[in-house]
Design a protein around this ligand. Structure first.
Ligand SMILES: Cc1cc2nc3c(=O)[nH]c(=O)nc-3n(C[C@H](O)[C@H](O)[C@H](O)COP(=O)(O)OP(=O)(O)OC[C@H]3O[C@@H](n4cnc5c(N)ncnc54)[C@H](O)[C@@H]3O)c2cc1C
Length: 539
């Protein structure tokens, strides 16, 4: 009997790296494929932190985290999943600590906790404002030190290989991959494939996501025959810096420390009043009694509506009533990025607007991270974890800082499940990528043009506030784009740009299809033609 090939993990964010480590520690050889440098991931950019109650006996605190998650999810969370993830948080944080993650500590050496929008208490662990970078650093160190893991960076996974070409239920047996310096696509056998490819924020401009977040895993899973669900629910982060030279996220934790959203009128009124606290002057109070600290969907919509009304590009995130030294100490990464734009925390109002941030929907998985087909049957050997997956944890709206947590919990669950499963050898010659007669892509300019029109369509027609007519227009435009891209795909050898564009167009179509199928406004999905049927997250 031939030896079973390694598990292939696609992606090197928190989900992929943690799962690979657990598998290797359990004796399963692992290959990680990641399309740029290992650290290029949303994980590396995560600022705010990771929500977790460490003490498993703290029943009330755990229950409060569960209830906040359910409330944010607008009645669409899978409560069993929420309870499992929140309940396992303490163990996974202890794992991260033992891997060397330096979460911030207070003067007594206790883990420091902050609060973000939608959380009823301070329960978010952080490493100042660069939590993801600290997690990613520790996990990469541990992965590099493990002899059972091979990392293939600058290597894009182009597609998954079915055991039986015509039948996804027979499972997955490998991958087609392409190294950045290579025109050829190579066949890689795998005893299982774990998709940990992150989200699809790059479908929109502006986005807080890194360039790698192009929805590849979602598109590959859909092509394979997996059920990709809840794609209507796209989280727009309320506060992304609006500047011609740069877009970057301003963590919600800044509002947790007292920063307040004001429009031009609110700012003028507050300054004229001489009041110490700007909060009562925030336009967000019209949307939620929690004002600037309402859940992300409510706050992002309030900003979007305000900007549409005023015709301006940004509202203000005001911090001048807060201690500048405290803010600079707490948010050094943000202060550095702001300094490049000539802005200072505690002094200047920051121009902000919403930007695409988190893909709530994804590959439908069971509680082991196994991908499911549309009839809810597991697809043998195919797993999805992290942002690419839809576990049911976030419902119709993700609570801040719950995604790193969900990713690490499911990475552990998937690894445990795989370690309990006898690896299957492939028993067959896997097909090569058919490249005969394919030409090199001659003009990447045309692809860039198509990408711009995709982003323009998604931003204009499938943003925070949707309408039936806009969704229909988006559908028509995406059909045309899909035809264009398909023609190039059939004619040309793959390149990273072409693979990503094809995936993005396919994922965009999934978003529009799911958004068009919604019969009520719920959580992150908001269609102005459905105003009568609105079920909100608890504001
Ligand atoms: C700016 C920002 C701030 C955030 N802040 C927080 C926060 O404070 N708390 C929180 O909980 N969440 C936060 N999030 C969300 C969170 O960071 C992500 O949901 C989480 O990191 C996703 O982890 P992941 O491992 O699933 O994917 P990622 O970390 O995105 O990693 C995906 C990996 O897959 C690789 N990949 C993708 N496609 C392919 C392919 N075809 N072939 C090979 N490799 C591929 C990528 O290169 C990358 O390595 C933030 C996100 C952003 C963008």
């Amino acid at each position: 009997m031939p030896e079973a090939p390694p598990v292939a993990v696609v992606g090197s964010g928190i989900a992929g790296l943690f799962c690979a480590l657990r598998l290797a520690e359990g004796g399963r050889p692992v290959q990680i494929f990641t399309k740029r440098r290992t650290q290029d991931s949303s994980t590396n950019w995560a600022q705010g932190g990771i929500a977790a109650i460490l003490d498993k006996t703290a029943k009330e605190a755990i229950e409060a985290h569960v209830q906040d998650t359910l409330a944010a999810g607008a009645g669409a969370c899978n409560e069993k999943v929420v309870r499992a993830v929140v309940g396992e948080a303490g163990d996974r944080i202890r794992d991260l600590l033992s891997l060397g993650v330096n979460f911030q500590r207070d003067e007594h050496g206790e883990l420091h906790r902050v609060r973000e929008g939608g959380h009823s208490s301070r329960r978010i662990l952080h490493a100042k404002d660069a939590t993801g970078r600290e997690i990613e650093r520790s996990l990469i160190d541990a992965v590099n030190a493990h002899t059972g893991i091979t990392v293939h960076s600058d290597t894009i996974v182009v597609d998954l290989i079915r055991r039986d070409h015509t039948n996804p239920s027979a499972g997955v047996v490998g991958l087609w991959v392409q190294h950045e310096d290579d025109v050829d696509v190579h066949t890689v056998p795998a005893s299982a494939v774990v998709l940990a490819t992150g989200g699809a924020g790059q479908l929109w401009a502006p986005t807080t996501n890194p360039p790698v977040s192009t929805g590849d895993g979602l598109a590959m899973a859909a092509r394979f025959g997996a059920h990709v669900k809840d794609m209507a629910f796209v989280q727009f982060h309320p506060t992304s810096i609006e500047h011609p030279s740069r877009t970057f996220l301003i963590t919600e934790a800044l509002r947790g420390e007292g920063a307040v959203l004001l429009d031009d009128e609110g700012l003028a009124q507050w300054r004229a009043s001489g009041d110490a606290d700007p909060a009562p002057y925030s336009f967000t109070l019209n949307a939620s009694p929690k004002g600037s600290m309402g859940t992300r969907d409510v706050v992002a919509r309030a900003i979007d509506a305000n900007l549409k009304r005023s015709g301006r590009d940004a509202v203000w995130l005001v911090t001048e009533h807060l201690d500048a030294d405290m803010l600079t100490d707490r948010f050094p990464t943000i202060q550095n990025m702001l300094a490049d734009l000539g802005l200072r925390l505690g002094v200047d109002p920051l121009p902000v607007r919403p930007a695409a941030h988190y893909t709530v929907g994804g590959v439908a998985v069971d509680m082991n991270g196994q991908a499911m087909d549309p009839s809810n049957r597991p697809l043998p050997g195919l797993y999805a974890i992290g942002e690419v997956a839809c576990t049911g944890m976030h419902g119709a709206n993700r609570l801040a800082s719950n995604s790193l947590l969900e990713a690490v919990v499911y990475a552990q669950r998937t690894a445990a499940h795989l370690l309990n499963t006898t690896p299957e050898s492939t028993h067959q010659d896997l097909p090569s990528w058919r490249a005969d007669g394919l030409l090199p892509v001659e003009e990447h300019g045309a692809l860039a043009h198509d990408l711009n029109s995709l982003r323009e369509t998604m931003g204009r027609e499938v943003g925070i506030m949707r309408k039936d007519a806009r969704l229909a227009r988006a559908r028509r435009r995406l059909n045309l784009l899909a035809e264009e891209v398909d023609q190039t795909w059939r004619r040309c050898r793959p390149t990273k740009e072409l693979v990503e564009l094809r995936n993005m167009v396919q994922v965009a179509a999934l978003v529009v299809k799911d958004a068009s199928a919604q019969h009520e406004n719920r959580g992150l999905h908001y269609n102005a033609d459905l105003i009568a049927a609105t079920r909100e997250s608890t504001p």
